[in-house]
Structure formats: structure tokens, C-alpha cells
Design a binder for this molecule. Structure first.
Ligand SMILES: *[C@@H]1O[C@H](CO)[C@@H](O)[C@H](O)[C@H]1NC(C)=O
Ligand SMILES: *[C@@H]1O[C@H](CO)[C@@H](O)[C@H](O)[C@H]1NC(C)=O
Ligand SMILES: *[C@@H]1O[C@H](CO)[C@@H](O)[C@H](O)[C@H]1NC(C)=O
Ligand SMILES: *[C@@H]1O[C@H](CO)[C@@H](O)[C@H](O)[C@H]1NC(C)=O
Ligand SMILES: *[C@@H]1O[C@H](CO)[C@@H](O)[C@H](O)[C@H]1NC(C)=O
Ligand SMILES: *[C@@H]1O[C@H](CO)[C@@H](O)[C@H](O)[C@H]1NC(C)=O
Ligand SMILES: *[C@@H]1O[C@H](CO)[C@@H](O)[C@H](O)[C@H]1NC(C)=O
Ligand SMILES: *[C@@H]1O[C@H](CO)[C@@H](O)[C@H](O)[C@H]1NC(C)=O
Length: 581
């Protein structure tokens, strides 16, 4: 096959990123300090905590569809918490102990692992499988296991003989509890991104729990030491004129092969596969025929300083009718620290940017020189890595099993897209290492705002609002002791609750507490989209929807113009008795 025209090798990352200087707004607006900061145990902004006996390492969180039950996966135990009762002191909860058996623990320590730290069952996967069962996987003392939880009585499913129904968790759940992985269930099939052997060096994106198991081909180096952080299902077949397929996206950091001047340069990636992919017939049997990946870029606009290590991604799908409106909020840190504090950055990228990268040119490597080039010659059809669409069906290609050999052979070496997914840097945070993000699109009094909840490496929660080009950090709460990184965040938008998990426990934090703001001025200056001044107090809008609509409540997220807006008779009504609402 003809080689691509030998373009000069791509420049190393920092100078390349300099180009962004021209594309993004100046950075003065890109930092923000928390307007208020509350220590652990502050009575001004109360929240509830859960911790059970001697159980630690609460990391997996799942909310039941009705929001009434929070499932929690910890070390050697699972919990079903009643969201309105279990967080209260002495509140009842259901506990399900799931320990790795003695033989596994023995084998684990025999292989040189630490019995206390490694040879335990850390629950890493906790997903809704169907209406009656959850699917759970744990590290099983360095020998991962999966099983089913009956939600009705919160017990592990048993086989006919009465023993627990266990499955091999290899390839679904990591061996090492410290390794990152991601998993999701789509139509009863399990998609996972993880490392899948004892040494932790055999990464794979795979589909299991299905009659059509499929995965990445490890001999082709499609993945290079990845650390998976998130995955997302996008129903792209909805309303598609091309007859496109649904897709599953994976987010991770890995070693960037394409920067030959720099060894061990980490890059952030987005990879995708088609839901209908069944693998090839002769070539790429039971392997993805639709695996493609692209670089995700998040860097400081003034000097191009790269935040190259992805920590978490939150998918915001504001419009269930149109997946094209989906936004991805990413939390990034940098491999190259400057100074003593370890900073982080928030970048947002759009579905359109993702599509642009995946429908662009491919990269290929010259095996002898290990240099990467842009493929500029014509590629085979149907387009390699694309899902089966109407135009393929017209050519009598109904599934990936019928894809021509030349398409599959091309795909084996052309899995990296040439263009990067550019993102918009929303916030630079020199003072904190953000680890997790959750985003709530909140209807304010006049407009809609994206409120970001950010968990830090030292037990803090930042709540921030994105207004035009600027992000304001509304409040900072110490939710765990400073030694406890926030391991997970889960938002319950319907109840206005945020759950956060750490090694030490789980907390339930109301998304807002407007009574924290005592005066009209304070209420407006807070820029909290959940809150507005009612004339007598600062109130949570969604708790009083009718009153907020029928009376002239005051909110000014953009301007925070307290002086102008609070100087009205309505605002002054605070001194009179509260009007009956
Ligand atoms: C808000 O805080 C006050 C104490 O400052 C407390 O009495 C109230 O219950 C809190 N509201 C919510 C929703 O947490
Ligand atoms: C917690 O303590 C109980 C006994 O009090 C013990 O059976 C169990 O193994 C302990 N669990 C862990 C995770 O240490
Ligand atoms: C489990 O939690 C303890 C603190 O309770 C922490 O020191 C340890 O690193 C955690 N281990 C893992 C694998 O998360
Ligand atoms: C949670 O607790 C409340 C109050 O006791 C109860 O009414 C409700 O049924 C419980 N919910 C679940 C799902 O158990
Ligand atoms: C859910 O999946 C489990 C395990 O495959 C199965 O035993 C159960 O019958 C399923 N339940 C429903 C309602 O489909
Ligand atoms: C839990 O419920 C399932 C069916 O709903 C039943 O098969 C199982 O025996 C129950 N388990 C226990 C321990 O009661
Ligand atoms: C593709 O599917 C159509 C109808 O679904 C069928 O008529 C056609 O024979 C199939 N082609 C192949 C190559 O399987
Ligand atoms: C506030 O109101 C007073 C009288 O009601 C008026 O004199 C003053 O100019 C107003 N200040 C502003 C900033 O509008």
C-alpha cells in the first residue's frame, strides 16, 4: 500500500499548543477564588454523612431510578441507603457483605501482595443491569469477580445449588484497587475499559455479558497504558438521516505514541466504538472494527501550558431529544507541575468538536522510524471505523461482519485521528487539584446556568457557576478531612442532592442552602442560580416555583448588582414582616 505523503513530523506538544493563544480569550477571566469557604462541621451549611462500622473505601455510587435508594460499593461491602433516612444519625440501612474468600486472599498474599491493602474485595463496578438486578464487580483479592445483586431483597444472586453466582471479572474490573477503570451497561450489555491482568499491563475496551463479546486487539497497540476515567453512551441513531448507529465513548489518559521527541508524554483521549459492531468475519474476529481515538486538548491559553492528564469527565445532555447538544465537562491536571501547588483546569468540549475529529483525517506510523504522519491519500470505503450506515447498506454491507478486508486491514493501523478535539478552558485552578466533576443545568430566575460541583484531592467541594466566559466559584465546603480525596460525585437533580464518596465515608449535601445568605446584597452577590431574594429572605427558587414566578423576586447571576437591585422597596421589605407567600 502507498505510504502517506511524508509530511514533517508533528511538533512537540507545548509549541503546538501555543497556536491556541490566538483562538481563546485572554486568561485574566479564567481564575476564581471561592466567594465563601466553610470548614468541616460548619453549622451554616449543614450536610449529612454515612459511614458503617469498620468499612472503608467507599468509591462506587449508584442511584436507583426513583432516586429513593443510593447503592454504595466499598471495601468488602455493599450498601443500600434510603436517601431520606440512612444518612440521619442512627438511620437504618441495608448492608451486604461480599468478601473475597480465604483461598483467594491466601493466593493473593502468596503472590507477594499486601494482605491488608491489596488482598481484599474492593467494589469497582456497580451498575443497573435490568429491573431486577444490579451488576457488581470487585477486585476479589487481585483476582476480579463479578456477581448479581437482587434489588428486591438486596442479596447476592444464587444458583440452583444455593451458592453465589460468581463470574470471572478479568477484563471488566482491574486486579489492583488503585487502577482506574470505567464501565457502563447499554441494553443489558456491559462495556468496560480497564487493564486486565495481574501485572496491569493488558488494557482493553470490551463488551461482555452478551452473545457477541468484542474487544480491542491488544497486539495492535490501540491503547498505551491507559487510565480510564469515564464512558458515555450517545444514541446517535436517533434522527440520523445517514442511518448512523449509537456510539459508546471512552475517556482516558495514556502514553502519547505520536510525540517521538518526548518519551512518556501523557495525552488525554476520547475513543469510540459503534454499538452495532460485531467484529470482523475473518480479520478482526471478535475485535472492534469501529475503534478510533483522538486527542483531547486542554491548555492554558496564554502560554499553551498543557493540562494533559484527564481526571474525570461529566456528560451533560440537556436535551433528551437531541444528542447533538451534549457537552462534555473535563477535569484535567498536568504532568508538568510548576511551582509547589498542583493545579488543575476545567475544559468543556462539544459533540460537534468530537464529530469533527472523528470524521477528519487519520494518522499513521512509519514502523521503521516510529514517526507519525497524516494520511493524505484516499482511504478505502466504507470509511474505516465508521458505523454501518445507509450508504454501506446500499453496498450490501449490513453489519461489520461484511466489511471488506481492505477496510479492516486499513483500520488495524489507522486508529488515531489526525485532528485533536479542541476544548474551551473554563477555569484555571492553581490552588486545588480537582479530581471529580458533576454538572447541573439549573433554571435560574431569568436564564439557565450550568452549575459545576468539583471534588478536590484534599476533601473539598467547590460549587461554581459558568457565566459567559467566566466561572465563579460560589462556595467551598470542606466535606471530608483534608487527607481524604473526593473519590466520586453523584448528582440527584430531582431531589437537589449531591452525594460525594471518599475512603472514609459518603456525604449527602443539598445543592444549595440559600438561608446562608442573610441580606438581599448577600443573596445577589452569591451569584447562586438556585437562590433569589424574595423581598424578605434568600430562597431556593425551585422550592417556591409559583411564588418566584408570580412575585418580583430578584436574582442577578451575570452582574451581581446588589447596590442597584437591592435598593428597591421590594428588597427593603425585609425589615417588615414576611409577606404571606
Ligand atoms: C440550611 O442551613 C440552616 C442552618 O443554617 C439549616 O437550618 C437548614 O436546615 C439548611 N437547609 C438545608 C436545605 O439544608
Ligand atoms: C469488620 O468487623 C467484623 C467483625 O466485627 C469482621 O467480621 C469483618 O471482617 C470486618 N470487616 C472489615 C472490612 O474489616
Ligand atoms: C482505602 O482506604 C484507606 C483509608 O481508609 C486508604 O489509606 C487506602 O489507600 C484505600 N485503598 C484503596 C485501594 O483505595
Ligand atoms: C425510606 O424511608 C422512608 C421513611 O422511613 C420510607 O417511607 C420509605 O419507604 C423508605 N424508602 C425505601 C426505598 O425503602
Ligand atoms: C436480570 O438479569 C439477571 C441475570 O442475567 C436474570 O437472572 C434476571 O432474570 C433478569 N431480570 C429481568 C427482569 O430481566
Ligand atoms: C431474594 O429474592 C429472590 C427473588 O426475588 C429469591 O430468589 C431469593 O431466594 C431471595 N433471597 C433471599 C436470601 O431471600
Ligand atoms: C442485507 O439486509 C437486507 C434486508 O435487511 C437483505 O435484503 C440483504 O440480502 C442483506 N444483505 C446481505 C449481504 O446480507
Ligand atoms: C437608593 O434609594 C435612595 C432613596 O430611596 C436614593 O436616594 C438613592 O440614590 C438610591 N441609591 C441607588 C444606588 O440607587
Amino acid at each position: 500500500m502507498a505510504r502517506g505523503s511524508p509530511l514533517p513530523p508533528p511538533p512537540p506538544p507545548p509549541p503546538l499548543l501555543l497556536l491556541l493563544l490566538l483562538l481563546l480569550p485572554p486568561p485574566a477571566t479564567l481564575t476564581s477564588s471561592p466567594r465563601i469557604s466553610l470548614p468541616l462541621g460548619s453549622e451554616k451549611r449543614p450536610f449529612l454523612s454515612f459511614q458503617a462500622g469498620n468499612i472503608s473505601n467507599y468509591t462506587a455510587l449508584l442511584l436507583s431510578r426513583d432516586g429513593k435508594t443510593l447503592y454504595v460499593g466499598a471495601r468488602e461491602a455493599l450498601f443500600a441507603l434510603n436517601s431520606s433516612v440512612s444518612f440521619l444519625p442512627g438511620g437504618e440501612y441495608q448492608e451486604l457483605l461480599w468478601s473475597a474468600d480465604a483461598e483467594r486472599k491466601q493466593q493473593c498474599s502468596f503472590k507477594g501482595k499486601d494482605p491488608q491493602r491489596d488482598c481484599q474485595n474492593y467494589i469497582k463496578i456497580l451498575l443497573p443491569l435490568n429491573s431486577s438486578h444490579l451488576y457488581v464487580c470487585g477486585t476479589g483479592a487481585f483476582s476480579p469477580l463479578c456477581t448479581y445483586v437482587n434489588v428486591e431483597n438486596f442479596t447476592l444472586a444464587q444458583d440452583r445449588a444455593g451458592s453465589i453466582l460468581l463470574e470471572d471479572g478479568k477484563g471488566r474490573c482491574p486486579f489492583d484497587p488503585n487502577f482506574k477503570s470505567t464501565a457502563l451497561v447499554v441494553d443489558g450489555e456491559l462495556y468496560t475499559g480497564t487493564v486486565s491482568n495481574f501485572q496491569g499491563n493488558d488494557p482493553a475496551i470490551s463488551r461482555s455479558q452478551t452473545l457477541r463479546p468484542t474487544k480491542t486487539e491488544s497486539s495492535l497497540n490501540w491503547l498505551q497504558d491507559p487510565a480510564f476515567v469515564a464512558s458515555a453512551y450517545i444514541p446517535e441513531s436517533l434522527g440520523s438521516v445517514e442511518g448512523d448507529d449509537d456510539k459508546i465513548y471512552f475517556f482516558f489518559s495514556e502514553t502519547g505514541q505520536e510525540f517521538e521527541f518526548f518519551d512518556n508524554t501523557i495525552v488525554s483521549r476520547i475513543a469510540r466504538i459503534c454499538k452495532g459492531d460485531k467484529g470482523g468475519e475473518r480479520i478482526l474476529q471478535q475485535r472492534w472494527t469501529s475503534f478510533l481515538k483522538a486527542q483531547l486538548l486542554c491548555s492554558r491559553p496564554d502560554d499553551g501550558f498543557p493540562f494533559n492528564v484527564l481526571q474525570d469527565v461529566f456528560m451533560l445532555s440537556p436535551n433528551p431529544e437531541d444528542w447533538r447538544d451534549t457537552l462534555f465537562y473535563g477535569v484535567f491536571t498536568s504532568q508538568w507541575h510548576r511551582g509547589t501547588t498542583e493545579g488543575s483546569a476545567i475544559c468543556v468540549f462539544t459533540m460537534k468538536d468530537v464529530h469533527r475529529a472523528f470524521s477528519g483525517l487519520y494518522k499513521e506510523v512509519n514502523r521503521e522510524t516510529q514517526q507519525w504522519y497524516t494520511v493524505t491519500y484516499p482511504v478505502p470505503t466504507p470509511r474505516p471505523g465508521a458505523c454501518i450506515t445507509n450508504s454501506a447498506r446500499e453496498k450490501k454491507i449490513n453489519s461489520s461482519l461484511q466489511l471488506p478486508d481492505r477496510v479492516l486491514n486499513f483500520l488495524k493501523d489507522h486508529f488515531l485521528m489526525d485532528s485533536q478535539v479542541r476544548s474551551r478552558l473554563l477555569l484555571l485552578q492553581p490552588q486545588a487539584r480537582y479530581q471529580r466533576v458533576a454538572v447541573h443545568r439549573v433554571p435560574g430566575l431569568h436564564h439557565t446556568y450550568d452549575v459545576l460541583f468539583l471534588g478536590t484531592g484534599d476533601g473539598r467541594l467547590h460549587k461554581a457557576v459558568s457565566v459567559g466566559p467566566k466561572v465563579h466559584i460560589i462556595e467551598e465546603l470542606q466535606i471530608f478531612s483534608p487527607g481524604q480525596p473526593v473519590q466520586n460525585l453523584l448528582l440527584d437533580p430531582d431531589r437537589g442532592l449531591l452525594y460525594a464518596a471518599s475512603h472514609a465515608g459518603v456525604v449527602q449535601v443539598p445543592v444549595a442552602n440559600c438561608s446562608l445568605y442573610r441580606s438581599c446584597g448577600d443573596c445577589l452577590l452569591s451569584r447562586d442560580p438556585y437562590c433569589a431574594w424574595s423581598g424578605s429572605s434568600c430562597r431556593h427558587i425551585s422550592l417556591y416555583p409559583r411564588e418566584a414566578a408570580s412575585r418580583p423576586w430578584i436574582q442577578d447571576i451575570e452582574g451581581a448588582n446588589a447596590r442597584g437591585l437591592c435598593n428597591t422597596s421590594l428588597a427593603k421589605a425585609r425589615i417588615s414582616l414576611p409577606t404571606v407567600l
